[in-house]
Write a protein that binds this ligand. Structure first.
Ligand SMILES: [Zn+2]
Length: 344
């Protein structure tokens, strides 16, 4: 037993010495094998010797052996960390490389503008209405006062799916659907995709976003139209924005007006401005009083009720506000473009 104790202590000293001289992970592994291998390790062979001991000696010897085993394991573990940790970090992190930039998601500029427009109208008591993108000729044209073969239809380069079905050329058919489904007072805006037969170029796309508005109630006048649109545009851009109304023509409104706002780029002070072509104004909205015939088409009595409607292109407005020179950028999915925009 004394002899056994001395040998255990001797192994411990030898181990400590060997460990102090270990230079890398490989020599640690060798030490581990020498002492802890389940087949022929030092601990294992000492354990074999216990069989010959008397029971009380066996227990003492077992404890000694256990202490040795724990000592070896603990020291090896600590040494292992010292050897491997710095090596691994060096391999994983090359401090000379440029950092990886993490990008936050950003809303698409069209979504950004659509949400801002929606929020302004919601604050005025409007609700948001949606409608189908595949329309019938009736909703897209006829109910809006474009009889068949009416020349105004030529202004809308329509994509037909069949004789009667088409991709809506404007969001205005939703006006008809809303007026069929509910009684005045009606206050809605209709954001959505519309389609025209266009070849993509810097200012045209075959698919783009519009937002349409409609108000129908008793006693609605052109003053309501002006007040609503002025409030809307000043909230969208800024309080002192200059706005003007110009007479225009749309089949479904009478009278009709185009709405211009001052050029956000030159504020009318550069007669060579490329954005407004030196006029100082930029057309931004189409609007007008709902034509009595349109009200009759949906069984609303034009003697009792009147209304106004307006519409604008969302990309066009975003292009003007953000100085985006080419409409095609919106749908090219270039993240460098899309990540740039925020609205306050
Ligand atoms: Zn200008």
């Amino acid at each position: 037993m004394k002899d056994f104790k001395a040998r255990v202590e001797d192994f411990k000293k030898k181990f400590d010495k060997a460990l102090a001289g270990a230079k890398d992970g490989k020599s640690l592994q060798e030490l581990r094998n020498t002492y802890l291998s389940r087949k022929k390790g030092v601990v294992k062979s000492l354990l074999e010797e216990l069989k010959a001991f008397k029971p009380e000696e066996k227990s003492k010897a077992g404890k000694m052996l256990n202490t040795l085993k724990n000592h070896v394991q603990k020291k090896l573990e600590t040494a292992q960390k010292k050897f491997t940790a710095p090596e691994t970090i060096e391999k994983k992190i090359d401090l000379t490389l440029p950092g990886e930039k993490k990008y936050w998601g950003a809303p698409h500029p069209v979504v950004l503008f659509q949400q801002k427009i929606e929020n302004i109208f919601i604050s005025m008591g409007f609700s948001i209405e949606e409608g189908p993108e595949i329309e019938t000729d009736y909703y897209n044209f006829e109910a809006l006062n474009f009889p068949p073969h009416h020349p105004a239809r030529d202004d809308w380069d329509t994509l037909y799916l069949s004789d009667d079905l088409l991709l809506r050329t404007h969001t205005s058919p939703v006006q008809i659907r809303a007026m069929e489904n509910r009684k005045p007072p009606i206050r809605i805006i209709v954001p959505g995709r519309v389609y025209r037969r266009e070849t993509p170029d810097p200012t045209h796309l075959p698919m783009f976003y519009q937002v349409e508005g409609l108000v129908v109630d008793k006693g609605i006048t052109f003053a309501h139209l002006k007040g609503t649109l002025e409030y809307f545009l000043k909230t969208l851009f800024y309080e002192k924005l200059k706005i003007r109304f110009r007479p225009s023509f749309f089949p479904f409104t009478e009278p009709s007006a185009e709405v211009d706002i001052e050029c956000l780029v030159c504020r009318g002070e550069d007669d060579k401005c490329r954005v407004c072509k030196g006029t100082g104004w930029k057309e931004i909205l189409g609007s007008g009083m709902v034509d009595p015939q349109v009200l009759k088409n949906v069984n609303i009595d034009p003697e009792k009720y009147s209304g106004f409607a307006f519409g604008m292109g969302i990309e066009r407005t975003a292009m003007f506000a953000f100085q985006i020179p080419d409409m095609r950028y919106f749908f090219e999915n270039d993240l460098r473009f899309i990540r740039q925009f925020t609205l306050k």
